[in-house]
Design a protein around this ligand. Structure first.
Ligand SMILES: N[C@@H](CCC(=O)N[C@@H](CS)C(=O)NCC(=O)O)C(=O)O
Length: 185
């Protein structure tokens, strides 16, 4: 499946799930504060198949909530189904050209979340430049310029024709394991 058709599959899946959820919660006009639990149950099998990824329902709940918060913060005007599709593809779909990416980790020697990512990088044996924001103020400034805050860890991915800044230790580890784990095996 091409990336574009995978994206469309996920958009259709999220749309159908939202419709089914709305029907199930018609009495409250779709209002359900626990919607991630319902969505995770409904999406578990089809998302596992579409992305060929080993989800638990708990991980799905986490990812759905994360996608929701990110969309509200970064892209409230984007159709949520498309934003979620991109979010899941970014974190779970096998990349077809990861080897050319240049990776840099904004980190701090004193940060346990950074340590977790560092351990994963060591286990995977991948080449990642370390940018310690306490050891070099230029790194701190670059991070604050890009993200508006100095929270670490953040993975900087330079793809050659673009760049991405990925926060959140668990998201970074999952991305690295998914992108480089099988390759290294
Ligand atoms: N949920 C984040 C937590 C990261 C975090 O709390 N980092 C701390 C250092 S260990 C930090 O950068 N705090 C300073 C700040 O947020 O400006 C993760 O898992 O990556």
């Amino acid at each position: 499946m091409t990336k574009e058709s995978l994206r469309q599959t996920l958009i259709d899946l999220f749309t159908a799930t939202a419709e089914a959820h709305h029907e199930a919660y018609a009495a409250t006009d779709g209002n359900d504060p626990e919607w991630p639990l319902w969505y995770a149950e409904h999406l578990h099998a089809p998302l596992t198949e579409a992305l060929d990824a080993g989800f638990t329902r708990s991980l799905l709940v986490y990812c759905l909530m994360n996608a929701d918060l990110e969309q509200q913060a970064r892209s409230p005007d984007t159709a949520w189904q498309a934003f979620y599709a991109d979010h899941f593809i970014e974190h779970f779909a096998a990349s077809d050209a990861p080897a050319v990416d240049k990776l840099a980790l904004y980190t701090s020697a004193y940060c346990p979340f950074s340590r977790m990512v560092e351990r994963s990088i060591e286990q995977l044996g991948i080449d990642v430049e370390r940018r310690d924001i306490n050891a070099d103020s230029a790194h701190r400034d670059a991070l604050v310029d890009a993200r508006g805050r100095a929270t670490v860890p953040v993975l900087h991915i330079d793809t050659g024709d673009g760049q991405r800044w990925m926060p959140e230790s668990r998201d970074i580890i999952r991305y690295l394991e998914h992108t480089y784990g099988k390759r290294a095996a």
